[in-house]
Design a binder for this molecule. Structure first.
Ligand code: ADP
Length: 271
């Protein structure tokens, strides 16, 4: 049976309230017979730092991958800034989005992965300037100036001419953060960004992210097992289980006095 990717409303347009940046509506995603996300609804407001927590396999990474269009929903809609990621308007009707539309909407989104995925054959500076020059069409000088500012922000101003293999995992991850920010995204997606690091390198990366959260107005959507970090930087925490948000609230509420027994079990298992 063909997947139902028809949005619930047939008219495109500025249907977003206030400053809502991301909106998932009835998003379902299965792999084979395993339904990972089940009619999922949630939203993220502009400028907020939202953290997704929950057991392994509950669908958190899948949410980030859907936003990056690395995978597609079986049904439901995803909007970024009011624009459908999965659909576009043609002749007054919504149709499945073409590549150009997806690229435009996705320009607003940056992602940092567990494995840093730097270009090994390029120096650090070029890793950060490559996409702004080739995708955004920035002049090389301007891209380099911005890249140096960002390398400074992540504490690596002196590593611009190093190759990724000459850096520690923590330093590589900080380059990956600078590279994502170089595209000036409105939202930064962070997928377990410290889970591939040796324990002594975790704090440096989390400190950089805390700084970015404090000093910029970027929206963040984080998947993390670092509960102290989640408590520190989050405006809102969403607890996931089996493809649903089972509860959401401030870090004080979720970590201090959760309503749901599953949340209590999960938190006592990871603490
Ligand atoms: P989480 O981030 O919460 O650990 P994921 O979103 O990574 O969860 O995965 C949710 C479930 O979807 C897991 O059971 C995982 O094995 C499955 N899954 C994710 N990606 C794929 C894929 N490409 N093919 C098959 N199964 C997948």
């Amino acid at each position: 049976m063909p997947a139902d990717t028809t949005p619930s409303t047939q008219t495109a347009g500025p249907t977003v309230d206030g400053d809502e940046l991301i909106r998932f509506e009835k998003v379902t995603k299965s792999f084979g017979s395993h339904t990972v996300l089940d009619s999922l609804d949630f939203s993220v407001d502009s400028g907020k730092h939202v953290t997704l927590i929950g057991p392994s396999g509950s669908g958190k990474t899948t949410i980030l991958r859907l936003l990056m269009t690395l995978t597609k929903p079986d049904s439901g809609t995803i909007r970024v800034n009011g624009d459908y990621l999965t659909h576009e308007e043609k002749n007054g009707a919504l149709v499945p989005a073409g590549e150009k539309h997806v690229r435009e909407v996705r320009k607003n989104i940056g992602m940092v992965f567990q494995q840093f995925n730097l270009f090994p054959n390029m120096k650090v500076l070029r890793n950060v300037t490559e996409a702004p020059v080739t995708v955004l069409g920035l002049a090389k000088d301007e891209a380099e100036q911005r890249a140096r500012e960002l390398l400074d922000l992540v504490g690596l101003a002196d590593k611009a001419d190093a190759y990724p293999t000459q850096l520690s995992g923590g330093q590589q991850q900080r380059v990956a953060i600078a590279r994502a920010l170089a595209m000036r995204p409105q939202v930064l997606l962070l997928d377990e960004v410290t889970s591939a690091l040796d324990p002594e390198l975790v704090a440096g990366v989390l400190d950089v992210l805390r700084d970015i959260a404090r000093s910029t107005d970027i929206t963040m959507l984080c998947v993390t097992h670092e509960m102290n970090f989640a408590r520190d930087i989050s405006d809102q925490v969403l607890m996931f289980d089996a493809g649903h948000v089972i509860e959401s609230g401030s870090p004080e509420k979720i970590f201090g006095d959760p309503d749901h027994e599953r949340t209590r079990e999960f938190l006592s298992a990871v603490r």
